[in-house]
Design a protein around this ligand. Sequence first.
Ligand code: ARG
Length: 570
Amino acid sequence: MDFKLAVANEIMTAIGAVYGDVEITAKDIAGALEVPPDTAMGDYAFPCFKLAKPLRKSPVMIADALAGAIHADFLSRAEAVKGYLNFFIDRATYAEKVIGQALHDGERYGADDSGAGKTVVLDYSSINIAKRFHIGHLSTTMIGNSLYRLHKFFGWNAVGVNHLGDWGTQFGKMIAAYKRWGDHDTVAAGGVDEMVKLYVRFNQEAKADPALDDEGRMWFKRIEDGNPEALEIFNWFKSVTLKDAERVYDMLGVKFDSYAGESFYNDKMQPIIDDLRAKGLLKEDKGAQIVDLQEYGMPPALILRSDGATLYITRDLAAAKYRKDTYNFDKSLYVVAYQQDLHFRQLFKVLELMGYDWYSQCEHVAFGMVSFGGESLSTREGRVVYLDELLTQAIEKARAIIEEKSPDLEDKDEVARQVGIGAVVFFDLYNNRIKDIDFTWERALNFDGETGPYVQYTHARACSVLRRAGDADAACPDFSALSDPYSQDVVRFIEQFPDILKSAVNRSEPSMVTRFAVDLAQAFNKFYYENKVMVDDPGTRAARLQLTAATRQVLKQALYLIGVEAPERM
Ligand code: ARG
């Protein structure tokens, strides 16, 4: 039941009864309805000055007249106060309708089919080959994963793309280093770490012996020319990196539909370059080919280097076109750090200049940096925090806390995994995505803070209440038992869930869901503290159990949508 609309309809009817035909629609009225800052002033307020002009009467008179004409079962009263009409929704009806809707819709509560028939392509995580997965790639992975789930929830066809960084001269150097000092078994055993070691050694030795750089270039050229040996080694490096990354993706519960990365576009750039040239957009600049963007206040987009090599943006142009041609998306999201803001503005502008009107369907979903305990992450200074190590530590720490809090819990290992990883993911998605975040264990794992473990714990508490109740909720619920402010707060949050999810999708902002989960958990814990659930009166007990069941369900769904698991016991 949409209470806002119901109130608006009541106002419409009252206007008709008192004044006859007036030119105003229920939609206009719903749009003008306000939510008073204090519930003592009602749940909705209608400012009657909106009607002063068409009715040529004072707001005070209008409010008084209308108040007398309003009688609806779902309202406990309507009051005229200084030109406002204040509406008080009947608390029992409110609780009954909201909880009824949530439990009736179950896992689909909050969803609609607004995305049916539409496709969204999401470019997220997009890691680089031969580099360890560090926490710099956590946000893109988890924001992307959440947006993927949110879109699916609303019926979108979602395509998750991991646009691998698998192109560049560094791969030639890596092969040169491997040929000189590496061997198959060491790399197979050591994985990405071993590749990084080879690369670091190459760069060190190249300082003294510039001939090495020629070797690196030669191998890169061979990759480009499709030399079988070069390709074989390169593809093997790639599969080793992906195997490492997949371990992390498994831990995080993240999936992709495509791993088409930069190298995938090797043979798809020429048509783009030809097209740019045919449209008169390419300009020569010291031997290089650029698209001049000065007019738009941006530096030029470098399309081809003077040696003919393509660039990051050349590949992204080909990728954008390929995605449109292949998936015919309605929306194409790039979940990439805000440092690449200029790159994406240039990319979208060039697409626009090429006459692709779908440029406007592309969006850069930017996010801030993650630091760790106040230190930024720099590979060069060796202060990198690797994601798999971070997650493993999180699990160990969660395990220790669980050991202390719930020594008798069964499957402690499984719960520790869910809580440890949940804590990291939740923390990452807690703030507005554009904000920089500083990760600390104390804040992420605090069971009493605004954290994943806190929400998970609240969910587990609701599960435990319901388990202990058995079938005590079979009685007919007396929803007037939910008229107290604590119960009403919980109901209000549950009612807001659908709108929160819609905004989260529209703004590509998973943190709205994360914050909501904390709000609902806090409201439920207050309710739980103030109200005993297992009271003798069966009607009251059944109503409180239904509130608990709806809370459990919505918390679980909210956690799922941000990529966090919800253990039933903690
Ligand atoms: N691999 C890049 C990086 O780690 C991100 C790629 C983002 N996606 C894209 N289509 N440019 O910075």
